[in-house]
Design a protein around this ligand. Structure first.
Ligand code: FRU
Length: 492
């Protein structure tokens, strides 16, 4: 059945139990369901929202359209965890349908204040001509996890900007609250604007954040600002950037500017180059939080807008990335999987070998859901790397090209193909005497952390369940390596 506007903008109450049952049946029989990633029970998941630590638990919400693998009336769905590993289903967080969020509770963030967790989000509304009118909305969650909507805090788009005005991210500094919002100028370029508040209820418009990128795409979604040491980091997801060499290969990008701390008074931000956060095929709209241990942790959407995925036919789409800890190393963000993930490790296996222009698999060193830590050194090979989720006619390959000094992820033969018009290979520059790959493989995804977080490749892959071989290879010379592998098991 076609996803007409009418079908996309139904609330859950307007849907028959039979339709929901039938959808659940399809989702539950999908062979691509993940095992240790956050994924929707049915329908479509997109941006992470309201990522926070409150009342002894991590809270994470996500954009959710319950009824199918398409973008429609968005809810906030809520999951929570004591350890960032085992997530408990906390049900619907924000239900759209009020005058200020009639067409979706869009993305936003959370902050603790006076014993409550405040959620700030964009209420998407449409008029009879389908024109947008975004509100910035407020809701409060109490200690029992009950969420109550409050009146919207910003009901107008300031002059100079279009109705593409959304995704508030809040932070607090010296008793003041600040908010950034993703915006589009009336000249059709993307930017970020800033608001300030003393009480979270009344906000004053502080103008644009003045970056050195006045003309960088047509819309900047999901802004985030935080500080690491004396550095300020502005994260956003720009749309409308053309590919450039190995960069900006996905339909939309997500990355950051790093510079000195934002001058909140004048909105001035001086910074270096825009740097992509992830080198893989599927990563967008990340959000960060600072936890009670002082760590800056990021979660992203492992998916992209406007791309069809193989799970669509099963009535669901997308998952969230694993939580990554961010640190600053020489002007660059390093991203490492939070160490709590080690609790998932079961059945360690270890191998070590030297390869001479050959490919080798090792007895019992196989799998479909695992963590693999591989370290390669002493190479004079032209290329070396790992083939994984490999089987009859299928393989996903991570290769280090020692001549070009590039790391290459190839999903040409990863299984069910999709989004191929954006290419099937992703590359990034890496000049290193040793290459360390920490790979998290789930039923239909892979996240590869390179050299202790210097780079990350996040991608969906859709191989056959039987494709579980792992092969280490070198061409045109030798490489030595050690590898450890753990099966990953959740308590869920
Ligand atoms: C990014 C985004 C946000 C918006 C949300 C709607 O993926 O388009 O800008 O708030 O998704 O689901």
């Amino acid at each position: 059945m076609e996803w007409t506007k009418e079908r996309r903008y139904r609330t859950l109450e307007e849907v028959s139990q039979e339709e929901v049952n039938e959808l659940e049946r399809r989702v539950n029989s999908s062979v691509w369901r993940q095992t240790y990633h956050i994924q929707p029970n049915t329908g479509l998941l997109n941006d992470p929202n309201g990522f926070s630590y409150f009342n002894g638990e991590y809270h994470l919400f996500y954009q959710w359209f319950p009824l199918g693998p398409v973008h429609g009336l968005k809810y906030w769905y809520h999951v929570k965890s004591k350890d960032l590993v085992n997530w408990e289903d906390a049900g619907i967080g924000i239900k759209p349908g009020d005058y200020f969020d009639s067409h979706g509770a869009y993305s936003g963030s959370a902050i603790e204040h006076e014993g409550k967790l405040y959620l700030l989000y964009t209420g998407n509304t449409r008029d009879n001509e389908w024109g947008r009118n975004p509100y910035q909305c407020l809701a409060a969650m109490n200690q029992d996890g009950e969420i109550t909507k409050l009146p919207p805090v910003i009901s107008e788009v300031p002059e100079g900007y279009t109705d593409h005005f959304r995704d508030p991210k809040i932070w607090k500094k010296d008793d003041e609250f600040f908010m950034v919002i993703g915006a589009q100028r009336i000249n059709g370029t993307g930017c970020i604007v800033q608001y300030q508040s003393n009480d979270l209820l009344s906000w004053s418009f502080k103008g644009e954040i003045k970056t050195e990128l006045p003309n960088f795409g047509y819309m900047w979604e999901c802004p985030d600002y935080f500080e690491l040491g004396d550095k300020g980091i502005l994260v956003f997801s720009p749309q409308g950037i053309d590919p450039e060499g190995d960069l900006y290969q996905n339909i939309y990008q997500s990355g950051y500017l790093m510079g000195s701390q934002l001058d909140v008074k004048n909105g001035v931000f001086s910074h270096g180059e825009f740097q992509e956060l992830d080198r893989g095929f599927d990563f967008y709209a990340p959000q960060t939080m600072e936890d009670h241990k002082g760590r800056r942790i990021l979660v992203g959407w492992v998916g992209l807008p406007e791309i069809d995925y193989p799970t669509d036919k099963d009535g669901w789409a997308h998952c969230l990335s694993l939580p990554r800890e961010l640190t600053e190393v020489n002007g660059k963000l390093f991203q490492t999987p939070v160490k709590e993930l080690q609790a998932l490790r079961k059945n360690e296996q270890e191998i070590e070998d030297i390869l001479f222009d050959e490919g080798k698999a090792y007895d019992g060193f196989t799998g479909t859901t695992y963590e693999l830590l591989g370290e390669f050194q002493n190479y004079d090979a032209i290329t070396f790397g790992i083939e994984f989720r490999s089987g009859k006619n299928e393989k996903t390959i991570i290769t280090y090209d020692t001549i070009e000094k590039k790391l290459v992820l190839d999903r040409t033969l990863s299984g069910k193909s999709f989004a191929t018009s954006y290419g099937t290979v992703r590359k990034c520059e890496l000049d290193s005497k040793s290459i360390k790959l920490q790979m998290f493989v789930d039923v239909s995804s892979v996240e590869i952390f390179v050299n202790d977080g210097a780079e990350v490749f996040t991608s969906r892959i859709f191989p056959n369940q039987e494709s579980e071989s792992i092969r280490f290879f070198a061409t045109g010379g030798k490489v030595s390596f050690q590898a450890k592998k753990w099966e990953l098991q959740t308590n869920q």
